[in-house]
Ligand binder design. Structure first.
Ligand code: FRU
Length: 688
């Protein structure tokens, strides 16, 4: 997977020698955090194996020279360890926080001392994403050429970048930290520059994953090359995706569109990316289906917002929100509904606006039309997300031809406790009831909610409310009825508050597995993986039956794997059963079941980069006192399905290559497993 050979361990003796060698400041300065200040920053013929003061742990810019501007004044070297979004995760006492000296608007450049290029380097980078204006560069002294560059993750928290510098080995080089960006995220953070073996092997003996733009394949869609790239989830090859749109099975093939910005791994003028496949599991990229109007100004974010698809007598027909950025177009109507069609399922004719004004009481927004054929009166209906006066709501429209729409009033609205604007509503019949899906923001937390109730062709009455997924990373869910009559749903496997460390590789966002929805015996909205997900199996399944676990037991290893287990709760004396996923000595995504309370917790607080959180749901054992778990682990996600239809989904981004173990632990007694299995999973990417 990685091009690195197993690095040699650095012996203590070697470290001691290095510690006393006058010009070898790299490894020792980092490890001891007591680098002697080097009086000569840039010797004429550099012999140092790394920059002086590689982690800023002298507490100042010793060894570094401000070559331009004010962005990297001495006060950029800081001990500050948290920011508004959590810990920086820097190393040692200090780090270079590009914001600290002069904020976002200051620009400038900072140069390291010169050193001899090693075969590999690594460093921690944080701050804004902008490969042209914000980056760390490896620069050759002789001609000033930038050999490698790396921009930030658009987050303060650090991500480790690994560089293969072997092509320039032995040449005199230096690092340059460049900030030419003003405004939001106009700063870059740097810490813990490492060279040689220490660049790839951490002090704990584990191997850093090889991340960063220098490691992204450019010519081929080699998804396997990126250690954080999901292998069996839909992701954009480059750029950003959010909500799934237009999900449908059309002429037998499953179509998946996504909110998409191709030019950067962050939200921007929205396009609709398009993929299709035979089974709602494997996907082939198609050309971008819908593109936004040309930008009036660089900050014009007008675009094609979320929407849905239906088959209109053989024509693939989509309705979407036409978003016009009123900052760039003063006086324009920000959100209208447009319809576009395709006869071949690939090329779409330009859309036509069909609803040009929001209905009354839509002050919070009016977007995300979802079309359906209403069995109550046989007409086309459309639900649209909205809100007013602190209450989210859903607007309803009716039509006979998908072009002329009449407003049919408020389908339903919240009581003020479930968000002020309901995004991405979806209304459908399921197992004799009606289900409403909607996405909200509640006190800074994004939530995918649902309600189960009745619908009379005009109004929805909720009988029960719930949160669709107990994990943190399911938002903007959208469903369709497939040709087999199943209700299939997928969601953006992230949300608006999530960290996206994959940005350092130029992409962000993934769609969840497609899942089948059903109503549970006690009336909840349940989810289960599609039967077709079995076809992802790629390799030998490890299977055990009737096993007693005392303490800890490793089922196997798997970076992309399906793990199934049936816990025999009757025979289990432990009160806590833990399943460590993506685990190594230093990190793990932890799934914990507490027998006494019936709670299932997914804990990402030591999972690696990314959001650190604890997600909890309640699970009901089966009547025979067993608990079934069905878990899909991909390179940067975990989706847990329980036998009673609950799901917990989280994106997780391990730091280390070794973080792939699957281990059970029983605490306070033993665990009885009726069965457990681990199946390696392969890629869901079909050739274009
Ligand atoms: C939901 C959402 C939608 C909107 C889209 C824009 O995540 O905010 O309401 O249409 O994303 O990308």
């Amino acid at each position: 997977m990685s091009r690195w050979k197993a690095p040699k361990l650095i012996s203590v003796a070697a470290l001691l020698v290095a510690a006393t060698a006058p010009i070898s400041v790299n490894v020792t300065a980092h490890r001891a955090h007591a680098a002697p200040a080097q009086p000569h920053a840039a010797p004429a013929r550099p012999q140092a194996t790394g920059p002086v003061n590689p982690g800023f742990d002298t507490g100042d810019l010793t060894g570094w020279t401000v070559t331009e501007g004010t962005a990297f004044g001495p006060t950029a070297v800081t001990t500050t360890d948290t920011y508004w979004g959590g810990p920086f995760h820097h190393r040692g006492s200090h780090h270079l926080w590009g914001y600290a000296a002069a904020g976002d608007d200051a620009t400038g450049t900072l140069r390291s001392s010169s050193f001899t290029a090693p075969t590999r380097m690594s460093f921690l980078v944080g701050g804004g994403w902008d490969p042209e204006r914000l980056y760390v560069a490896l620069v050759r002294d002789s001609d000033g050429r930038a050999l490698l560059r790396q921009t930030g993750p658009e987050d303060e928290a650090y991500v480790r970048i690994v560089w293969d510098t072997s092509a320039w080995r032995g040449q005199a080089v230096h690092l340059e930290v460049v900030d030419r960006k003003t405004g939001g995220w106009g700063h870059l953070n740097l810490d813990d520059v490492r060279t040689g073996d220490a660049a790839v092997r951490d002090d704990n003996g584990l191997t850093f994953r090889t991340l960063g733009q220098a490691n992204q394949p450019t010519a081929t869609r080699d998804y396997a090359a990126d250690p954080l790239r999901p292998q069996f989830h839909y992701t954009p090859y480059q750029g950003w995706i959010n909500d799934p749109n237009g999900v449908i099975q059309w002429r037998g093939r499953h179509h998946l569109f996504s909110q998409y910005y191709p030019d950067a791994p962050k939200w921007g003028p929205m396009h609709w990316a398009h993929a299709e496949g035979p089974d709602a599991v494997h996907w082939r990229d198609l050309p971008v289906a819908l593109t936004p109007p040309p930008r009036a100004t660089p900050t014009d974010n007008s675009g094609i917002f979320s929407g849905s698809a239906v088959d209109d007598d053989g024509t693939l027909t989509v309705a979407y929100t036409k978003f016009t950025d009123t900052g760039a177009h003063p006086g324009a109507t920000p959100e209208t509904v447009a319809v576009a069609t395709s006869t071949d399922g690939v090329v779409f004719a330009p859309g036509t606006e069909v609803i040009t004004e929001a209905p009354p009481g839509s002050s919070a927004g009016f977007r995300d039309p979802k079309l359906f054929r209403d069995p109550v009166d046989g007409r086309w209906k459309m639900v649209v997300g909205s809100g007013d006066g602190g209450r989210g709501k859903v607007q309803l429209y009716a039509s006979d031809d998908l072009r002329t729409w009449s407003y049919a009033g408020v389908l339903t609205e919240g009581d003020g406790t479930t968000g002020a604007m309901w995004e991405c509503p979806d209304l459908f019949e399921l197992d004799g009831k009606w289900v409403l899906l909607y996405s909200t923001n509640e006190g800074g937390r994004s939530l995918q909610r649902y309600a189960v109730g009745t619908y009379d062709g005009a109004r929805f009455s909720a009988e029960r409310h719930g949160v669709l997924d107990g994990g943190g990373d399911v938002y903007a869910a959208q469903s369709y009825r497939d040709d087999a009559g199943r209700r299939v749903m997928t969601a953006w496997m992230s949300d608006w508050n999530a960290k996206e460390p994959t940005r350092v590789g130029g992409w962000a966002g993934a769609q969840s597995l497609h899942r089948e929805l059903f109503l549970t015996a006690d009336g909840r909205l349940g989810q289960r993986p599609l039967a077709a997900a079995d076809s992802l199996a790629d390799g030998r399944t490890i299977r055990v039956t009737d096993r007693t676990v005392d303490g800890s037991w490793r089922l196997g290893r798997g970076d992309t794997a399906r793990i199934r287990a049936v816990l025999d709760l009757g025979g289990t004396t432990a009160d806590t059963v833990t399943l460590r996923l993506k685990a190594s000595a230093a990190e793990a995504t932890v799934l914990r079941y507490e027998k006494s309370t019936g709670t299932l917790t997914l804990d990402t607080s030591a999972a690696g980069y990314g959001t650190r959180a604890t997600y909890t749901t309640h699970v009901e054992p089966r009547a025979d006192a067993t608990l079934a778990l069905d878990i899909f682990v991909d390179r940067s996600s975990v989706e847990v399905f329980t036998g009673d239809g609950a799901a917990l989904t989280a994106r997780v981004y391990p730091r280390y290559r070794e973080s792939d173990a699957v281990e059970f632990t029983a605490t306070g007694g033993h665990l009885r497993l009726k069965s457990a299995s681990l199946t390696p999973l392969g890629s869901a990417v079909l050739p274009d």
